[in-house]
Design a protein around this ligand. Structure first.
Ligand SMILES: O=C(O)CO[C@@H](C(=O)O)[C@@H](OCCCCCc1ccc2ccccc2c1)C(=O)NCCCCCc1ccc2ccccc2c1
Ligand SMILES: [Mg+2]
Ligand SMILES: [Mg+2]
Length: 342
């Protein structure tokens, strides 16, 4: 008989997974049982950390202290945080965080060590960027490394530790980093309107300041042509990670792990293609249509089918590319390089 040992708190953890993530809940729940609970808890711990980072009502010094010590509170039975701002969408997760703590402490200690190490390093990186702004391209890559590249590091180490993937997956951390950077850079590029209206901006000033003299001007209708050129440069910057993404995916063989890794990447290339040369991104939060997303989920089952998906969207970007675009040559070079690997 299958011992369905879902203790009370783990059930509540999967409820929180559903509540806090449209995109990742399904792919995490489909994972092989050897990894499912660990990655669910890894997600909830980092979502809890990010809920603190995203909360603009927490004073700087207090926020930095919380971010830097979060890797220790995941071991504190009963830990709860009830001071999130009223607009924080995932505040309830921090109020009831004790269910995450109790289940985290039941994980194999090797999994606990990986999750705690990533939480510590991400919290420290987030604390650094509560003061620093994303200015240079190096800042941009560093910030995305902290909030998403490190997730790739932790996931790859968990895949190898579980025995479901080769030891080398947990060692090729540069490729794992690119998996996170492609997803995070896609989100940052797409979310510019929402972020600027929230008083935040993760686009590096090294890029946007070539096309506007302030973040508000960047999204203004009066500056639309230049804003779209900045948007195209942000899209092109994200596309540079595609060769690493393809190489990483070619190293993943367990079917549920492959889909878990591939589906978010397919969503991301479709999102970049939608954003490219599309002024609506500067006015609104654009998202790929539900029907297209479902097709991408169904098609992201093998390396060949994912390569076809990427090829198709790279062609769409090339069609949208115009000789008048300052990025015209850059886009052609990056698309041709990415297509060559496919
Ligand atoms: O507030 C929001 O809803 C969005 O927040 C964004 C932000 O604040 O920038 C931002 O918050 C980042 C800090 C918390 C990281 C949360 C996370 C996300 C996905 C996971 C997947 C599995 C396991 C753990 C995971 C942890 C965010 O959620 N960005 C989405 C992209 C992050 C990609 C992470 C990632 C990296 C490598 C991967 C490799 C394979 C499969 C999935 C991967 C997923
Ligand atoms: Mg967030
Ligand atoms: Mg954040």
């Amino acid at each position: 008989t299958v011992k369905l040992q879902v203790s009370g708190d783990m059930k509540r953890c999967y409820d929180f997974l559903e509540m806090t993530s449209r995109s990742f809940a399904a792919v995490i729940q489909e994972l092989n049982p050897k990894l499912r609970d660990a990655i669910c808890l890894f997600y909830l711990i980092l979502r809890g950390l990010d809920t603190i980072e995203d909360d603009m009502t927490i004073p700087g010094a207090k926020k930095r202290d919380l971010l830097e010590k979060f890797h220790t509170v995941i071991y504190e039975d009963g830990w709860s945080f009830k001071e999130s701002g009223p607009d924080e969408k995932d505040a309830l997760l921090l109020v009831e965080f004790s269910v995450v703590v109790s289940e985290f402490k039941r994980l194999p200690v090797e999994f606990q060590d990986i999750i705690a190490d990533i939480t510590r390093r991400m919290g420290s990186g987030m604390a650094k960027y509560t003061r620093a702004r994303v200015e240079t391209l190096d800042d941009y890559n560093e910030y995305c490394h902290y909030v998403a590249g490190l997730v790739g590091h932790g996931l790859s180490r968990l895949f190898s530790e579980s025995g479901l993937e080769d030891k080398s997956v947990g060692e090729n951390l540069d490729l794992a980093n690119s998996m996170g950077l492609f997803l995070q850079k896609t989100n940052i590029t797409r979310d510019i309107n929402e972020d600027v209206l929230d008083g935040r901006c993760f686009w590096p000033s090294a890029i946007w300041s070539k096309y506007a003299d302030s973040e508000d001007t960047l999204i203004a209708k009066s500056n639309r042509e230049r804003g779209i050129e900045g948007l195209n440069e942000m899209c092109t910057n994200a596309l540079s990670h595609i060769p690493d993404v393809m190489e990483y995916l070619s190293s993943i063989h367990e079917p549920t792990v492959f889909k878990f890794c591939a589906i978010p990447q397919s969503m991301a290339i479709a999102t970049i293609a939608l954003c490219y040369n599309n002024g609506r991104v500067l006015d609104d939060n654009v998202k790929i249509r539900k029907g297209e997303a479902l097709k991408l989920i169904a098609a992201s089952t093998s390396l060949d089918s994912v390569k076809c998906i990427f090829y198709r969207y790279l062609e769409e970007i090339e069609r949208k590319n115009e000789p008048s675009n300052p990025m015209y040559e850059q886009v052609r070079k990056i698309v041709d390089k990415a297509k060559k690997d496919i």
